[in-house]
Design a protein around this ligand. Structure first.
Ligand code: BYC
Length: 474
């Protein structure tokens, strides 16, 4: 098992102290990271004690410890899952060969690009969530926000470690640029679309942690299979932390539903005059936010047919998530069917090589996983006696990347004209009024155990603490 040095300037389990050059390079990057955290991380709250979980090992039985920590003192660090001796490559053209401990020259720039794309999302999400602390509906939620933020910071460290350790000067330059692009910056935006979307309310935060962090889960699972062993081990450990982020999203939405049940029984449409008194986010509005964040996250899987994805798979860079559950790990001459626009306002089937369809296979697995929580939410809605069903839209709806980009469909995925989409988009996607309404409910609550009126308390607290625990000492 790897040795963990938590007291080092950069906590790690990669024997950093034995590699002075790498240690110096990372120590050189550290002040830039701290400056970035100070300027772009959670605004204010710096000196406050937060009940945080800190990774202290990579052992499933006891990998984290909880305690009050001001965020600047959180031990961001580098943790890789333990190395499996004699690990073999499990897919693609190099299947059965030894996993790589170094990056082969011919795949160097592709690996670097993928690691940079992954790394870019981590600080991006922290930037998006920067101001949410000011409108947190409870100390419990505030703490969850900060937990997610510090762990995204740690994931950034993990990617920067890979860039510094395996990609020389290019890697160091890329690591610096990870702190120079910013979410929503018109000149230097983040790489992927979703990470430039504004997130100025907690409904969006819950949808993001449910839908977009779940893209993270699937991408990390694909990397956890990588032939490049240090990348696989890094992502295996990141997945441990990711589960909590999706929990925050799923339970966050679930906590809205009892309030909807009580206040909106049989009243699904929000009348403009009710808004101020209602104190709850109605189900059609929840549906619209879900449509927005789910479809934005669908784009994160790339094109349905992608030669990039085929190359990643063939060359052992990235597999399908949970590759072991597929029967054929080489997919040399296999084909699959995807749906594409037929150019005449309809849909047609197209046969493509499975290798080219890896993004679509992953996206459909993702959509299936998204549905699990939606089904749970619907059970709650039903139990409250409200006749409304939340539904994920079609994977063809509102796409900006891939075969359906530039086309228009309704949420069921039926092609429609641009004019019809324009006329009806207010029924399907959050309008400015919807966002204004949701934001109007976002009042800060700071008394332990109390919740804003629009959200119900959780069933239980964090780490067996009571719900009324002082999760953040303000
Ligand atoms: N926005 O062949 P295509 C997470 C680009 S989330 C803008 O269709 P490919 C987290 C694409 O880069 C997980 N651009 O796609 C969650 C390519 O550009 P280049 C993040 C996009 O390459 C919450 C071009 O379009 N990790 O961890 O097969 C909080 C043609 O692309 C988008 C990763 O994404 C988009 N949505 O696959 C915190 C894993 N989609 O290369 C964290 C690393 C595509 O021609 N990335 N493009 O300039 C990848 O594996 C791949 O880059 C993608 C795209 C799956 C994203």
């Amino acid at each position: 098992m790897s040795t963990i040095d938590l007291q080092a300037k950069i906590p790690n389990n990669v024997s950093l102290a034995d590699n002075r050059q790498l240690q110096r390079a990372l120590e050189h990057w550290q002040p830039a990271f701290l400056r970035w955290w100070d300027e772009m991380g959670p605004s204010d709250f710096k000196a406050k004690d937060v009940y945080l979980r800190t990774a202290v090992g990579v052992d499933a039985s006891g990998w984290a410890q909880y305690g009050y920590t001001p965020m600047p003192d959180y031990r961001w660090g580098i943790f890789l899952a333990d190395q499996q001796p004699d690990r073999k490559i499990g897919f693609g053209d190099h299947m059965g060969q030894d996993a790589w401990q170094e990056v082969p020259g011919e795949f160097r720039s592709t690996f670097r690009r993928l690691i940079v794309t992954q790394g870019d999302t981590e600080p991006a999400s922290v930037e998006q969530q920067r101001l949410l602390g000011h409108t947190a509906p409870s100390l419990y939620d505030l703490r969850n926000l900060f937990q997610v933020n510090v762990e995204e910071g740690r994931h950034l460290w993990a990617m920067v470690y890979l860039l510094h350790a395996y990609f020389g000067r290019d890697g160091r330059e890329e690591a610096e640029e990870l702190l120079e692009r910013h979410s929503g910056d018109p000149d230097k935006p983040r790489i992927l679309g979703t990470f430039n979307e504004p997130m100025d309310n907690w409904l969006s935060f819950f949808m993001f942690t449910y839908f977009t962090d779940r893209d993270g889960k699937f991408q990390l699972k694909s990397f956890a299979e990588s032939a490049f062993d240090p990348l696989a081990r890094t992502c295996q450990f990141m997945l441990t932390e990711e589960a909590h982020h999706m929990f925050v999203g799923e339970t966050g939405v679930a906590h809205l539903l009892p309030v909807v049940g009580v206040q909106f029984l049989h009243h699904f449409q929000r009348a403009p005059d009710d808004a101020a008194d209602a104190g709850a986010i109605d189900l059609p509005t929840i549906q619209k936010f879900m449509n927005f964040w789910f479809t934005s996250s669908l784009d994160l899987f790339g094109s349905e047919a992608s030669s990039n994805a085929a190359n990643y798979f063939s060359n052992g860079l990235k597999a399908r998530p949970d590759e072991a559950k597929f029967a054929d790990h080489v997919e040399a001459d296999t084909t699959m069917t995807i749906q594409v626009p037929d150019g005449q306002g309809g849909v047609k089937d197209e046969s493509i090589a499975v290798r080219n369809g890896i993004n679509e296979i992953t996206r459909l697995e993702y959509a299936k996983d998204c549905n699990i929580g939606v089904t749970r939410w619907n059970m709650m809605v039903k139990r409250a006696g409200v006749a409304f069903e939340l539904k994920l839209p079609s994977t063809r709806f509102r796409r900006s990347v891939g075969a359906w980009a530039g086309t228009h469909t309704d949420p069921q995925g039926q092609p429609i004209t641009a004019a019809e989409f324009e006329a009806r988009k207010g029924e399907w996607l959050p309008s400015e009024d919807d966002v204004r309404f949701v934001k109007s409910l976002m009042q800060r609550v700071t008394e332990p155990g109390k919740m804003a009126a629009w959200i119900a308390p959780p069933d239980r607290g964090i780490n067996a603490q009571p719900v009324e625990y002082e999760y953040v000492k303000l």
